[in-house]
Design a protein around this ligand. Sequence first.
Ligand code: GLU
Length: 478
Amino acid sequence: MVRVRFAPSPTGYLHVGGLRTALYNYLMAKRLGGQFILRIEDTDRTRLVEGAVDALLDSLKWAGITPDEGAVVGGDKGPYVQSERLPIYHEMAQKLIDEGHAYYCFCTPERLENMRAELSAKGESTAYDRHCRNLSPEEVQERLAKGEPHVIRMKIPDGRTITFNDVVRGEVSFESSLIDDQVLIKTDGFPTYHLAVVVDDHLMGITHVVRGEEWLSSTPKHVLLYEYFGWEPPKFVHVPLIINESGKKLSKRDGDVSVESYREKGYLPEAMLNFLCLLGWNPGDEREFFTLEDLAKTFSIERVRKSGAVFDFGKLLYINGLHMRAKSNEELADLALPFFAKLGKEAPERGYLVKVIEVMAERANLLTDYVTEAPYFYEDPQEYEEATIKKRWKAASHELLQGWSEELAKLAEFTPEAIEANLRDYAQSKGVGAGQLIHPVRLALTGVGNGPSLFHMMEVLGKETCLRRIKKALEVLA
Ligand code: GLU
């Protein structure tokens, strides 16, 4: 039985890389009929951010990545929040001490600082100098009894090559001489990530640890801990970093990195998942449109690649457009409506918005596009774009538009076909090309030079609005 987990630390928002890790775990469980567990890793008390757990849960829920077991949903291997598991870590750390794999360290922060400064001045590695590794049991007892602040450190053996298999990278080796005597329990009594992750993955029956590549160098410590405890390690799957165009880890400087910010910008969760899944994985063919269900059938961890995956903002937008066009206009209207209030605009009638969406179909790539890209669907233009006036408003425009608007007022049937036929007939009767009229009409109705199909747009706006706007434009654009 495959059991995988997503184990975020509540240090802020959910990063897009975090969502991809959650997704890979989720898909693996779905594909192999296993279980997907959510564990909250909140043992670093200095990095906790209030509200971060709720924000994480909210983003996961939005994305539709629902755990089978874990924090909130519960299960029989809990608690699933690490801060609620302290006695377990203490018991395990004690076990390591009793068996000679860990030791108490009483070094003060000052001593450690001086030690590191000296070592780095000599150009040496600043790893802990193992000062407390060989204290006598009596001394340890005495200092503990006195209540001296202390940590528990792991004993890293000398001269060993620690080797493990990674599903993505194959065999990976680290020299033990390069590994620090890692702190397992901190002065505040909380475990470090390294102890907690091993203990929990084992006790929760995790079979595959799927996580970001940044954890690869921690894995030899974990492998040693499994060995010390006499436990079978899970399979490790380190997925490639998400990078920017210059090959560096994607950061805030490159653009938005929180899942929430994409949600706010009008991206669909389906598109986010589709895009993120393809960052570091491919189906082995040219397909690029996937629903979550498709992915659950297609995804295989064996096709995850080693090299970093470039976050291509343009591709994300393109994929979002594909997912928008896969939805009905009614669905899109329901999804888009809340964005009006969010952007400080009055929401239109749902039925009206459905019509706007129909006309905007090919042009909208974000839910917010219905709000921001075509404000003229909801309010009369307040100004007319200078560049468009220059380009499109000719000496004859005023008279042509005036004349046609009188024809338009008489038009009984206000359909795109009827409007278009009427405009073309009128242009012909005046001996000008239809463009001589089409462009000024668009400018009068929208204030800008580009937009969706003019005649369809006019039908949506309605005759009265069109006539009112033309009249106004004729006053302004003399
Ligand atoms: N808590 C770690 C993080 O925030 C999880 C690392 C792991 O999956 O082992 O990324």
